[in-house]
Design a protein around this ligand. Structure first.
Ligand SMILES: Cc1cc2nc3c(=O)[nH]c(=O)nc-3n(C[C@H](O)[C@H](O)[C@H](O)COP(=O)(O)OP(=O)(O)OC[C@H]3O[C@@H](n4cnc5c(N)ncnc54)[C@H](O)[C@@H]3O)c2cc1C
Length: 400
């Protein structure tokens, strides 16, 4: 059986759902279909569910990019999806409590938010099918064909003029059409996700940078406001499986930080932190969200960046602007800067001893750099700080 559509979006996460709604609400001329392999709309959630408040990033990023961020936030984040308001970021490095810094963010009900966007898309005329997995996509004539399996055991082909990979990393669209060569192992994070109780303030997000627990990444405690927290550990892929498995890092964190799991299972997912891939599409096939590498490399935030890439592609499909040009003008400068910051910080993120030594050299310098990188700062001052930090880290590494 062959089903025809004008646009096929593979993946109904923040990127795919946002794009489906954008297209139908903005008068796209043609059929829009979205498929997702999950049986239930956006469950289970593997995420910290933290989103920035409207003003948090305003002083730190460019105006044009901020405007896109604001639009995506305003179009998706309604009051009913806010579970908790967070005021502070507490930074813990190795075992040292470095203190707290202003951090206006929201803990959200991500599944609820996405369900709402998908309902809007359906009401606008999009055809949405959950429980349908794309198995292979190929170019056919001047369009594309994807072989799909549905949850009932059926198999059919979807033929489309425009194909969107919104299916996170690695994307079946990217793999099938050979758009990019993907990420290197050191540019991927294996992240765990769970809920737990623990004695932590309800208005503070806690970030733990400790290479003994989370080599190449960090661990987090994001309060939901009722004594339960979203917690997780991000470990760099090239070390995550070395001799153990990432769940051991999670258990180490839970035990050391006095957390008591409220659910049986710990979920895991791969997250790209190597910045944007070198290409965003080929012909009429495009990549958005995690599939194109839109996660902010310094902090792992990917919900809003995914929607921002969907927004830029939506504009291009409706108004004829060039997606690659918009991405390169608006988003790439920030992403390239954040990859650079992450790479500069890597030697510290990988070694507890080097981290300890760096703290002894200057605690406030380190705390300031980490804070500004977490806020995705594009300020010249932050760049200079990181370049000096780079020299310092090289010096420290030669001493360690
Ligand atoms: C543990 C963890 C914690 C995180 N915490 C945060 C946070 O606090 N704040 C934040 O901003 N970001 C966070 N992120 C990142 C964020 O979750 C992602 O960047 C974001 O969800 C990306 O959106 P997306 O739509 O591109 O991909 P996804 O949300 O991954 O959605 C992709 C969809 O594609 C579907 N799919 C995949 N393959 C196929 C296929 N072959 N056929 C059909 N469907 C398919 C999947 O089922 C999925 O629903 C976290 C990530 C992890 C792993």
């Amino acid at each position: 059986m062959v089903v025809n559509t004008d646009v096929l979006i593979i993946g109904g996460g923040p990127a795919g759902s946002y794009l489906a709604r954008y297209l139908v609400k903005n008068g796209f001329n043609g059929d829009v279909m979205l498929i997702d392999k999950k049986s239930i709309i956006y469950a289970p959630i593997i995420c910290g569910e933290l989103l920035p408040s409207e003003n948090l990033l305003k002083p730190w990023i460019g105006k044009d990019l901020y405007n896109v961020l604001l639009t995506t936030l305003r179009e998706t984040l309604r009051r009913e999806f806010i579970v908790n308001e967070i005021k502070w970021l507490r930074l813990v490095i190795n075992d040292h409590d470095i203190g707290k810094m202003p951090f206006r963010t929201y803990l959200i009900d991500k599944a609820g938010m996405i369900r709402n966007v998908i309902e809007d898309a359906i009401n606008g005329g999009a055809k949405v099918h959950f429980g349908v997995t794309a198995v292979k996509c190929v170019g056919k004539g001047d369009g594309y064909e994807c072989l799909v399996h549905d949850r009932g055991g059926g198999e059919y082909v979807i033929s489309t003029r425009v194909l969107i990979g919104a299916d996170a990393y690695p994307s079946i669209v990217d793999l099938g059409l050979g758009i990019t060569s993907g990420f290197r192992a050191e540019d991927l994070i294996i992240a765990t996700s769970a809920r737990a109780r623990g004695k932590y303030a309800d208005d503070e997000a806690v970030i733990v940078m400790d290479p003994g627990i989370a080599p190449g990444g960090f661990a987090w405690i994001f309060p939901r406001g009722d004594g339960v927290h979203n917690i997780g550990v991000g470990v760099r892929n090239n070390i995550a499986w070395r001799g153990s498995n990432p769940l051991n890092h999670h258990m180490l964190f839970v035990n050391k930080y006095g957390l008591k799991s409220t659910q049986r299972s710990v979920l895991m997912k791969t997250l790209p932190v190597g910045g944007l891939l070198n290409k965003y599409g080929v012909g009429n096939a495009y990549l958005i969200g995690d599939a194109v590498g839109s996660v902010i490399p310094t902090n792992g935030a990917g919900i809003n960046p995914a929607m921002m890439t969907a927004h830029l592609l939506g504009e291009s499909l409706i108004h004829g602007s060039d997606y690659a040009l918009s991405m390169n003008r608006l988003f790439r400068p920030l992403m390239d800067r954040m990859v650079m910051f992450r790479r500069i910080g890597d030697p510290l993120l990988m070694s507890r001893d080097a981290m300890e030594l760096a703290l002894r050299v200057s605690k406030s310098y380190m705390a300031g750099s980490i804070y500004e990188a977490t806020l995705s700062s594009m300020r010249l001052g932050t760049l200079i700080k990181f370049l000096i930090g780079n020299l310092l880290i090289r010096l420290i590494s030669s001493l360690a």
